[in-house]
Design a protein around this ligand. Structure first.
Ligand code: HEM
Length: 503
């Protein structure tokens, strides 16, 4: 498959969500470089470069490679790039939020109370981590084998590069790495997360992605008469973005081109609090518990049916029958992803505080016709690619004890314009949706200062009253993370050779 992008130069996790490509197991490992031994640490980078997975299409055709059993990808914090000897002139070209790191952005991100950095896993408590390596395996064996190969390179570095331990496990252990995997229901892998929702459906589709044209409806950008693919520069540096500009990036061009930024966040899920609140409110909500759960996210939990297309129980039955009868996987996928909020401007179907409306409002924020060239203009520059997998198991669904949640990695060309904006303005604040300071129901940092509320709207013409959710508990807590730069293969080789020259 010919792509306008150089897929051999772009790391594989940028183009693909591995979990959906049958890589069910993941291990996330963090390292620190001995500051005085940058040259030896660069030898380590050189040694592991051969393991890094690119975006080249898997298959047996021309320009394709055989699908591997395990994938490996790498990224660096600002401090990591400094420790590896990047020249100052290049370092100064990186955006300030990346240089500051996630901990120092806690006020913008709403990481307060139980999400405050003092409560994060130990791995984030000391000096910043430098290097992030992620491994995905089609089997546990494949993952372990790749991990052993990487650890041999670590051993060869003779402490120039060391693992940073301190990931919290169920018994509050200080684990060497963070494991994650898809959830298994009755022994079968599924795409559920710990609150029981079907996940990993929506993901932006941009220029140069293999199959972009076929997958753009519902995942690209909403335009006057349908959908178009997003500009590659929204996600990959060195390419034109939605403003037809090159995203801000450090010099030289070869350092930034085909790279991107990645936000790693470990998000704990209070499954007990979620189930209790859903039971309690579901008992009084006129549509009942299952429909209320759908209102929290914008999709029904069992199969991901979008609320705008299946707004009540009767419509859901019709949707389910059509879904079951859909002839192909592609037809099923279209039913899940291809929808808009055009016929739901009052939030009567999908509430304004439902998670997926908050994180991707599509064209629904444009209220004056003709105000913008494209109806989705206000959302197109706020999109993020989602990567990662759930971690931990839920032993007691009615208790908040135990460690389980999602390792989420948001990839975008600008951390501040894309991820941070969504987190600050749309998840933890509701003014763009004209709902004051109501937060995203499942993700908001509820209860930080005032008890949180949210409104489940009804259609403007309806006789029924809206439903008020009050005293919403905090369902999701941040356990740590940081901001990373994912270099291209070219940049990785230049970093390894100490050849970055910004002049
Ligand atoms: C524990 C934390 C989280 C849970 C349980 C969760 C759950 C979900 C679920 C169930 C969906 C619907 C399935 C789908 O459309 O793929 C979804 C969609 C989505 N989520 Fe989250 N999510 C979490 C954190 C986040 C964060 C931190 C962000 C980014 C700031 C985010 C961004 C998105 C996006 C962009 C979509 C797709 C929306 C679309 O294009 O329609 N999520 N999430």
């Amino acid at each position: 498959m010919i792509s306008k992008l150089d897929l051999t130069d772009i790391q594989g996790n940028l183009i693909r969500a591995y979990g959906r490509a049958s890589f069910q197991y993941a291990r996330y490992v963090f390292f620190r470089v001995d500051g005085a031994r940058g040259a030896e640490a660069r030898e380590f980078i050189k040694a592991i470069t051969k393991y890094i997975t690119t975006s080249v299409t898997w298959g047996m055709g021309t320009d394709e490679v055989e699908k591997p059993l395990a994938t490996t990808n790498i990224a660096f914090t600002y401090d990591g790039l400094e420790a590896l000897g990047l020249p100052r002139a290049s370092l100064f070209g990186f955006p300030p939020e990346f240089a500051m790191g996630m901990k120092n952005r806690k006020d913008i991100l709403g990481d307060d109370g139980p999400s405050a950095p003092e409560r994060w896993d130990k791995v984030w408590q000391g000096d910043p981590v430098h290097i992030f390596i992620s491994i995905n395996g089609q089997s546990r064996d494949a993952l372990e084998q790749r991990y052993a190969e990487i650890m041999r390179c670590v051993a060869d570095s003779q402490d120039a590069v060391c693992i940073v331990a301190g990931h919290r496990g169920d018994d509050n252990d200080s684990l060497d790495y963070q494991d994650a995997s898809v959830i298994f229901e009755n022994g079968k892998a599924c795409s559920k997360e710990h609150f029981g929702y079907t996940d990993a459906i929506g993901d932006p589709v941009f220029e140069g992605m293999p199959d972009a044209e076929a997958r753009k409806d519902g995942r690209g950008k909403q335009v006057a008469n349908g959908w178009e693919v997003l500009a590659a520069g929204e996600f990959i540096l060195g390419h034109l973005d939605e403003a037809r500009e090159y995203p801000a990036a450090p010099e030289p061009f070869l350092l930034s081109r085909n790279g991107s930024f990645m936000v790693y966040r470990k998000l704990h899920q209070n499954v007990g609090a979620f189930n209790k609140y859903l039971e309690q409110e579901g008992a009084t909500y006129p549509g009942g518990k299952d429909m209320l759960a759908a209102k929290f996210v914008g999709r029904w939990r069992d199969n991901g049916a979008p609320l705008v297309d299946a707004p009540d129980h009767a419509a859901k039955q019709v949707w389910d029958a059509k879904y079951a009868a859909a002839a192909t996987d592609e037809a099923k996928d279209r039913m899940l992803s291809n929808f808009t909020f055009d016929d739901d401007q009052d939030g009567g179907k999908c509430p304004f505080s439902a998670h997926l409306r908050r994180v991707n409002p599509r064209a629904s924020l444009q209220t004056e016709s003709g105000a913008f060239d494209t109806p989705g203009a206000l959302a197109n520059r706020r999109r993020v690619l989602r990567r990662g997998l759930p971690y931990g198991t839920v032993e007691h669904p009615h208790s908040d004890s135990g460690e389980h949640g999602i390792i989420i990695m948001m990839v975008s060309a600008s951390i501040s314009r894309q991820f941070e904006f969504v987190q600050q303005q749309w998840i933890n604040y509701g003014n763009d949706f004209r709902v004051g300071n109501d937060k995203d129901i499942i993700l908001g940092n509820h209860g930080s200062r005032h008890p949180s509320k949210a409104v489940i709207q009804v259609a403007a013409a309806s006789d029924s009253a809206p439903y008020f959710l009050r005293n919403i508990p905090r369902f999701v807590e941040t356990r740590g993370g940081d901001y990373f730069f994912m270099p291209s293969m070219t940049a990785l080789r230049l970093i390894a050779l100490g050849l970055i020259d910004p002049t």
